[in-house]
Design a protein around this ligand. Structure first.
Ligand code: C2E
Ligand code: MG
Ligand code: MG
Ligand code: MG
Length: 281
């Protein structure tokens, strides 16, 4: 009967909830020792000019390898945030990324773009930590960009804006990640005055069915407000061509490169430079 079906559904629902809770609990416990157990590693994904193919930056993407399973940051970052582990992870990411950058294969003007959770930036120790990490690694702050998911900006605007200003005063630039997915409006581009806007993949996916107008509007306003623009998740030549027509300056996506370990960047760069007729180092 309907009723039996319904109660069966509820049972399955409870079961799934329970499994999710158990997994979360398990991951939370394991995550607490991920740093000490050397389970974290970094992947790098190049961001290139859509005009000439030049590498502009690399985004740093965190991975967690647990018992042979690589767990996605989409799963463990929210857990880290809920259980107060995000600060430790964030420190690990920045220290290791700065080390990698110090001797990677790119020219000096290629910057590094690091994802930061809003909780990290709100923490009072964050900016002093960044300052000392920069000093220790001798990396120029102009080479560093921090990506903050735009939808989260709405939460505590005044404080976050103040932190963004402080980072910019150090010479670091700030990117609005996943732009267009939150409750944001284009007006936020003005009030936040960050440096770069990353147009979310959903609009690139739908570029031939409605996304184009949004990309156009964002790109236009970004230009007026002197933002750099990056299109995220570009997977096809067609998308690249339309983005070029619109005038979106930079692109990032599997079409150009998948995230890779730092050791792979030099070889990727060589092949990429040949493809685009760039003079490689
Ligand atoms: P994000 O910052 O928006 O990063 C882009 C995500 O899209 C990455 O997933 C990347 O691998 C993926 N991607 C890039 N190009 C393509 C493409 O052409 N097609 C498809 N299908 N996917 C593409 P990933 O590495 O799984 O990261 C997911 C999210 O986790 C990131 O989204 C970011 O919000 C967060 N994250 C990653 N690393 C860190 C970190 O070190 N700290 C913090 N707080 N968050 C991080
Ligand atoms: Mg990002
Ligand atoms: Mg994001
Ligand atoms: Mg993004």
């Amino acid at each position: 009967t309907e009723k039996q079906k319904r109660s069966a559904n509820i049972a399955i629902f409870d079961q799934t909830m329970l499994q999710q809770q158990e997994r979360e609990y398990f991951l939370k416990s394991a995550l607490a020792s991920a740093v000490d157990n050397n389970e974290l590693f970094l992947m790098y994904q190049p961001i290139v000019s859509n005009q000439n193919g030049r590498v502009r930056a690399c985004e740093v993407l965190l991975r967690w390898s647990l018992n042979g399973e690589v767990i996605s940051p989409m799963e463990f970052i929210p857990i880290a945030e809920s259980y107060g582990l995000i600060h430790e992870l964030g420190i690990w990411v920045i220290e290791h990324a700065f080390k990698d950058v110090a001797n990677w294969c790119f020219e000096d003007d290629v910057s590094i773009s690091i994802n930061i959770s809003i909780m990290q930036i709100e923490h009072d120790e964050f900016i002093p930590f960044i300052e000392s990490a920069l000093a220790k690694s001798e990396i120029s702050p102009q080479k560093v960009s921090l990506e903050i998911t735009e939808s989260l900006f709405a939460r505590d605007n005044a404080k976050v804006i103040e932190k963004v200003r402080a980072l910019q005063a150090l010479g670091i630039s700030v990117s609005l990640d996943d732009f267009g997915t939150g409750f944001s409006s284009l007006a936020q581009l003005q009030s936040l005055s960050a440096n770069t806007v990353k147009i979310d993949k959903t609009f690139i996916d739908s570029i031939e069915s409605g996304g184009r107008a949004i990309i156009q509007a964002t790109n236009y306003l970004a230009g007026e407000l002197s933002y750099e623009v990056i299109a995220e998740g570009v997977e096809t030549q067609e998308q690249t061509a339309i983005l070029k027509e619109i005038g979106v300056e930079n692109v990032q996506g599997f079409l150009f490169a998948k995230p890779m370990k730092v050791e792979k960047l030099a070889n990727w760069n060589k092949v990429h430079a040949e493809k685009y007729g760039l003079c490689s180092l």
